[in-house]
Design a protein around this ligand. Structure first.
Ligand code: SF4
Ligand code: SF4
Length: 163
């Protein structure tokens, strides 16, 4: 864990305001940012990195707005998730979503039922997405390698399917 985060969590005095403001804590009953920081303060950061519970943070940042000590709990959670990802431990859904973004430029593929519903609601046509640009960004940031899929292979496959 970088020193910056070690210093951040040292500000925490375990008031629990973050957990009180956290929608995920309310809904899941198992996710608790205050507790996660407590474990880290007690030297169990590695245990937290490999605990699936960290992925229940939705990054809404309500905790950041409320924390009286500017601990930035959601940033601490991001750091845990980044370390977990670098160790190849991430929810399979993240990889699927990243592949979806890489191949279509959107998180949800446009389907005819979606298009029909958009028309019914008199929504404008879905704007064209510059997929090449998105692919370039994902390749440059190395997100495809981090989430263990090969962007170039996907591109090749797509081109072959088009022929
Ligand atoms: S709100 Fe801030 S100080 Fe309070 S428990 Fe959460 S992180 Fe710690
Ligand atoms: S960012 Fe994460 S930890 Fe913070 S309130 Fe939202 S869900 Fe909870």
């Amino acid at each position: 864990m970088p020193e910056y985060f070690e210093e951040l969590i040292k500000r925490c005095y375990q008031c629990g305001t973050c957990t009180g403001a956290c929608p995920s804590a309310k809904i899941t009953g198992t996710f608790n940012p205050r507790k996660i920081i407590a474990y880290m303060l007690l030297g169990s950061t590695d245990k937290m990195v490999s605990d699936d519970v960290i992925w229940l943070c939705t990054a809404c940042h309500a905790c950041v707005e409320r924390c009286p000590e500017l601990v930035y709990p959601s940033e601490v959670l991001f750091q845990l998730k980044n370390v977990a990802t670098s160790k190849g431990k991430f929810p399979v859904g993240f990889k699927e979503e990243a592949i979806q973004i890489y191949t279509t430029g959107t998180t949800v593929a446009l389907s005819s039922p979606i298009e029909r519903r958009r028309k019914k609601l008199e929504l404008p046509e879905f704007p064209a997405v510059n997929v090449d640009e998105i692919q370039k960004i994902m390749e440059l940031t190395g997100i495809d390698k981090k989430l263990e899929f090969n962007g170039s292979n996907l591109k090749k496959q797509e081109e072959e399917e088009k022929q």
